[in-house]
Write a new protein. Structure first.
Length: 103
């Protein structure tokens, strides 16, 4: 059964952006939306995850859980999805702090 998906692909190669536009609409730069089957969704995500490199990609698709959706991420990411008793929460990376030496 087809369902609506959203993919955000930031700083990814142009050939990946072109491949995504074959299946999805680029509604704003780097944001893709469309209705595809689970198989197409998984194949698209495999291609995105393989090509993201230093960029960042996020896939959101409907799921039968409390929140009603699942989240997948790929690439160098500042935020990581964490499972907290069945709910997905987002963990932010910690910034490295430099401490000043006192004389």
């Amino acid at each position: 059964m087809a369902s609506m998906i959203t993919i955000s692909a930031t700083a990814v190669p142009d050939h990946l952006r072109g491949a995504l536009t074959r299946w999805l609409l680029e509604v704003t730069p780097e944001l893709y939306v469309g209705t595809v089957s689970a198989r197409v969704r998984d194949e698209l995500w495999a291609a995105v995850a393989a090509c993201t490199g230093d960029g960042m990609s996020v896939l959101i698709h409907p799921s039968d859980n409390e929140q009603g959706f699942e989240l997948r991420t790929a690439g160098k990411r500042r935020r990581r999805p964490l499972d907290f008793d069945g709910l997905t929460l987002i963990a932010y990376g910690t910034a490295s702090k430099q401490t000043a030496k006192s004389p």
